[in-house]
Design a protein around this ligand. Structure first.
Ligand code: PLP
Length: 367
């Protein structure tokens, strides 16, 4: 038996999230010493220097419990986003906020609507709460089919999860489509708009300013993170923005000290690190252009992305290509488990890393 005998029955079917192997482990396994990890959509520049400095200073306060309400981070972020302080909730990564939504609003007999493929945490969060998942296949162009997703909503639906932009697709529904989808959502459905990659997409013309919609729809929860553009993935801090009523509901299922002290300090400092943020965005935008151009020249289909990663159709089974890239010390993701067996997902790196990836891929495909 894979599970303990008294495990709650619905949990037997839950898929446990499979993380990538540690870099050191892969290096040992494949006999390489200078591998580049382009598999987890992390920030290629490392963590925000201002966050690092603030955390060093805070180390001597580590015996204290953190602020349960993320007091200073809340004040600063509310001012930055121009929302009220009671419109914010913080999580141990934005992942936690996605999970809290399922815990607060789902349960046996309820349903959630998701795209297929999409970010796996949505489904795992729903399964854990006995929420029946209705997965709606994405369109040929790897964008959400919002018409079909709206039709999948029933009287039992409590949640819709939308990646804005999505991972692994890298795409987002353009403004007009998103707004008309929201117009169709009944009040008993909370629409969770996951903006983990917001900073990389915000300059696109048809990208929706979802925070501006919060006054219009009170069944909206927007989540964002410090893990990507600010380079704080290992620290675990993200947040949700919604109406005060939604936030109050989520707080009922949140653990009191869910965001650790160093994470709060680091995130607060990172918000002031405009230099680092600018560098992050520039690196990603240039990488996006460079790698898309190179791969397109190689005859590959690259899905236009608004994130720090690219989804690439290799036109052949991706798993062996993934293995060969590993042997060359380039770690990407093969997307078979997402139902995209011909695709890889590669996180954009520094210029030299991007060149190394392109060179390695070109070598593997030419063989
Ligand atoms: C679409 C999406 N949402 C949420 C997350 C979670 O981010 P975090 O929990 O680090 O804030 C990720 C991380 O990869 C993601 O890709």
């Amino acid at each position: 038996m894979e599970y303990f005998r008294t495990l709650r029955p619905h949990l037997k079917a839950v898929n446990v999230y499979v993380p990538g192997k540690p870099l050191e482990e892969l290096q040992r396994q494949y006999g390489v010493s200078d591998a580049v990890k382009m598999a987890s959509n992390e920030n290629a520049l490392g963590p925000s220097p201002k966050a690092q400095a603030a955390i060093k200073k805070a180390l001597r306060r580590m015996h204290r419990y953190p602020e349960g309400g993320c007091h200073y981070l809340r004040i600063k972020l509310a001012a930055r986003l121009k929302v009220a302080e009671d419109q914010l909730i913080f999580g141990n990564g934005s992942d936690e906020v996605l999970v809290l939504a399922a815990r607060a609003f789902g349960g046996p007999g309820t349903e959630a609507v998701l795209a297929k493929p999409t970010f796996p945490v949505y489904e795992i969060a729903c399964q854990a709460e006995e929420i029946t998942v209705r997965s709606v296949p994405v369109r040929e162009d790897l964008r959400y089919d919002l018409g079909a997703m709206a039709r999948a909503v029933s009287a039992r639906t409590r949640l819709v999860y939308l990646g804005h932009p999505d991972n692994p697709l890298g795409t987002y529904p353009p403004n007009r489509e998103l707004v008309s989808f929201l117009d169709r959502m009944p009040e008993h459905v909370l629409v969770v708009i996951d903006e983990a990659y917001f900073e990389f997409a915000a300059d696109r013309k048809d990208y929706t300013d979802t925070l501006a919609l919060l006054g219009r729809y009170d069944n909206l929860l927007v989540t964002r993170t410090f893990s990507k553009a600010y380079g704080l993935g290992g620290l675990r801090v993200g947040y949700g923005v919604a109406s005060p009523a939604v936030i109050r509901s989520l707080n009922k299922v949140r653990e009191p000290f869910n965001v650790n002290l160093l994470a709060q300090v680091g995130a607060t400092a990172a918000l002031d690190d405009r230099v680092f943020l600018r560098r992050s965005l520039k690196t990603v935008r240039e990488g996006r252009r460079q790698v898309t151009r190179d791969l397109t020249r190689m005859g590959l289909r690259v899905i236009e992305t608004s994130t720090n990663f690219l989804l690439v159709d290799l036109g052949r089974e991706a798993a062996p290509v993934y293995e060969s890239l590993l042997r060359k010390g380039v770690i990407v993701r093969a997307m078979g488990a997402w139902g995209l067996p011909r695709f890889i997902r590669v996180t954009l790196g520094k210029p030299a890393e991007n060149r190394r990836f392109v060179g390695a891929l070109s070598g593997v495909l030419d063989r």
